[in-house]
Write a new protein. Structure first.
Lengths: 244, 244
DNA sequence: CGATGATTTGATAAGCATCAATAACCGTGG
DNA sequence: CCACGGTTATTGATGCTTATCAAATCATCG
């Protein structure tokens, strides 16, 4: 496709996956991102439920988690954001209905909402790419909902691993070796529990089970999917919803 | 607000809630909907996972459910759609990642995607209303996810009832009498189970519990919330995420 | 009024949470 | 280099929530 241009930031790389973008589009993305960026240390909450950010918030580097906090302290992670993901699009002065917390050192760029909309309206390629990215983001949340509602603990975790591997693969963050694929995985077991609606203890047990079956290896903050095919099969992972 | 114009269809009524619309906007909505509509009988699946509808699909009358079906037969309802809700916006030729099934006799209108986008780009009021409606729809799904991940069976069902009551209230489909509010409720206990990730048997038990506490009455396909305040409190329902 | 689907109830088992305690790991400073 | 405190991971024991299976009752409607 547009590999010739080698877009320099994660947003460009991501959008180019959803629709063919020409050189003008990629330069427009560059201009959008040519504003002061925020560096965020790991575990810092940098967007807060109730905030009304005026700009589009894009994650350029690192991982982040969306979190909903209940008044009694229960926590639900509703999604993991990866480089190139849009964290929030303001509409009028709507309040955020979730918080966002960095999982690694992260870089955020606040993009002027008017400029964002204008670029979408001037290039049909950009409009399509942005719309598709939104649809995929919605599909990911819907799948997560299916996980929580219908799947066993084993399936929830395995499905999550497969999904993350797939998403990371499309932005070149997965290393292949033999049958196995591996990637940096900055998520603790407690956070996995908050994401999957399980207790940390049970997450640990299921991970041990996966390990003992030779499906995964998780060490040094690196996750190895040793038999991705088998894992995808056992967890009913079908990547159709991730593809435009 | 714009009560003076009395928009005649559900889409107009809904959008007017999210941003002030002028007479031109409301007439534009009317024109959009002035195309052949589809009548759908209850329990008919009228959009199918994998389809690539070319038009924006809007529910004008009746209730519908979004459903994700797993290969082994497990079913998860990921949302209930009410009159005025957008069921799907096409982006390129993206595939639906869920099915939609009518719960009551329903009326669907397929709106030309180009005309939809154009109207949004010509009126800032419409653009805002549409964007806000999308944000709210996303927030509803996120809340549902929190329900499945963190809440007890009692909370899941009660929260769902409060949410539906709130949404129905904004389109005038709730009857108030004394402290209680009631509305037509075309959802079976099996479907409630598929929506909340519980078994039908357990849904039944929890409903009985709510009834015995005098919180609800559910009969003749009508749901009465007898003490909505109490129910909202016990189920940690906070309508902030539903409001623009 | 029989037939079909929806709701209700009981009994049992599985899955997962909870509590408690220990072990490994990691960055920090002595 | 080692000691140290905090975070993260691991394991065992126990019990609650909820699923599952089976069957009876209740509605609804042609």
């Amino acid at each position: 496709m547009s590999a010739a241009f080698m877009p320099c930031n994660a947003l460009g790389r991501r959008l180019a996956r959803y629709a063919p973008l020409d050189e003008t589009d990629l330069r427009a993305i560059e201009r959008l991102c040519a504003v002061p960026r925020h560096r965020v240390p790991p575990r810092r909450e940098f967007l807060r439920e109730g905030d009304r950010p005026g700009a589009v918030q894009v994650l350029l580097e690192g991982w982040a988690q969306r979190l909903v906090l209940l008044p009694d302290g229960r926590r639900q992670i509703t999604g993991f954001a990866l480089p190139g993901d849009v964290l929030w699009r303001p509409s009028g002065a709507m309040r955020l209905d979730f918080s966002v917390i960095a999982l690694t050192p992260a870089m955020i760029v606040p993009i002027n909402a008017g400029a964002w909309d204008q670029i979408a309206s001037e290039s049909s390629g950009m409009a399509l790419a942005l719309a598709r990215q939104e649809r995929v983001a919605e599909a990911i949340e819907r799948r997560w909902l299916v996980n929580l509602g219908q799947r066993t603990a084993f399936e929830r975790l395995g499905h999550l691993f497969c999904e993350l591997c797939h998403r990371l693969d499309t932005i070149g963050m997965v290393t292949r070796s033999d049958q196995s694929q591996s990637f940096a995985f900055p998520v603790t077991q407690v956070e996995l529990a908050e994401a999957t609606g399980l207790s940390p203890v049970h997450v640990n047990r299921v991970l041990r089970e996966m390990r003992s079956e030779g499906l995964i290896r998780l060490e040094q903050r690196t996750l190895h999917l040793l038999k991705r095919q088998a894992l995808a099969q056992r967890t009913l992972f079908d990547p159709a919803y991730l593809e435009p």
